[in-house]
Design a protein around this ligand. Structure first.
Ligand SMILES: [Zn+2]
Length: 217
């Protein structure tokens, strides 16, 4: 009888723990078994304004590292990225984790994916590096390197082109609103979604659509 009760408790806990990857910003990601119940009642994130002039409400912090990714601080040039630079909407964080998981499942031999800046905890100006990244819908993702080192490539020649194009394709398939790629990368995709922008030869920039229910409310 007692083991049956225990089993039921564990079964009840599992769906909650599935969101353990989402960091509520109350410390580093907690262990799988210790996910606090409040994770289930967290209000949905709200992206206010536009990426170039916006705010973020109820943001979620991207974890500092995981089985399939590392984070990179583009200013200090070190792993992991600082906590204050890893905030996005819950949908952005989930999309990144899902794309990374699917990519890793298909490319188990690939190096871990490098994630750069998302946004500030409450959004707003994130300069001087970024003109956008202001309302939780933007993230920088470093192209995988041919030498598998876990840091951004410094030249386009260092990029593992096959893996990087696959990452671009996966963000397109995940219905990203746009993906910026660098002029020397040669990466392609649907016109209007995959766009060439200077300063993106070592990372792609993915932007997701705002949830229309919450836009500018
Ligand atoms: Zn960016």
């Amino acid at each position: 009888m007692r083991s049956a009760v225990l089993f039921a408790l564990v079964a009840l806990t599992l769906p909650i723990s599935a969101s353990a990857f989402l960091d509520a910003g109350l410390g580093e990601p907690v262990a799988f078994e210790r996910e606090p119940p409040r994770a289930t009642v967290r209000p949905a994130s709200i992206a206010l304004g536009i990426p170039g002039n916006g705010r973020l409400r109820h943001g979620v912090r991207f974890p500092p590292r995981g089985a399939g990714f590392f984070t990179w601080d583009p200013v200090r040039r070190e792993v992991p990225n600082r906590p204050g630079r890893r905030w996005g909407t819950d949908r952005l964080v989930r999309l990144l984790l899902r794309v990374i998981a699917e990519y890793r499942a298909v490319h188990p031999e690939a190096p871990r994916v490098g994630i750069g800046d998302l946004g500030r905890r409450r959004g707003g100006p994130f300069g001087p590096v970024h003109a956008t990244h202001q309302n939780g819908l933007d993230a920088d993702v470093y192209y995988p390197r041919r030498d598998r080192r876990e840091r951004p490539p410094t030249t386009a020649a260092q990029i593992d082109r096959r893996l990087a194009q696959d990452l671009v394709d996966r963000f397109v398939a995940a219905e990203a609103e746009l993906v910026y790629v660098g002029p020397n990368t040669g990466f392609t995709g649907p016109p209007g979604v995959v766009q060439v922008l200077w300063n993106h030869d070592n990372h792609l920039h993915v932007r997701i659509r705002p949830d229309s229910r919450y836009r500018d409310r």
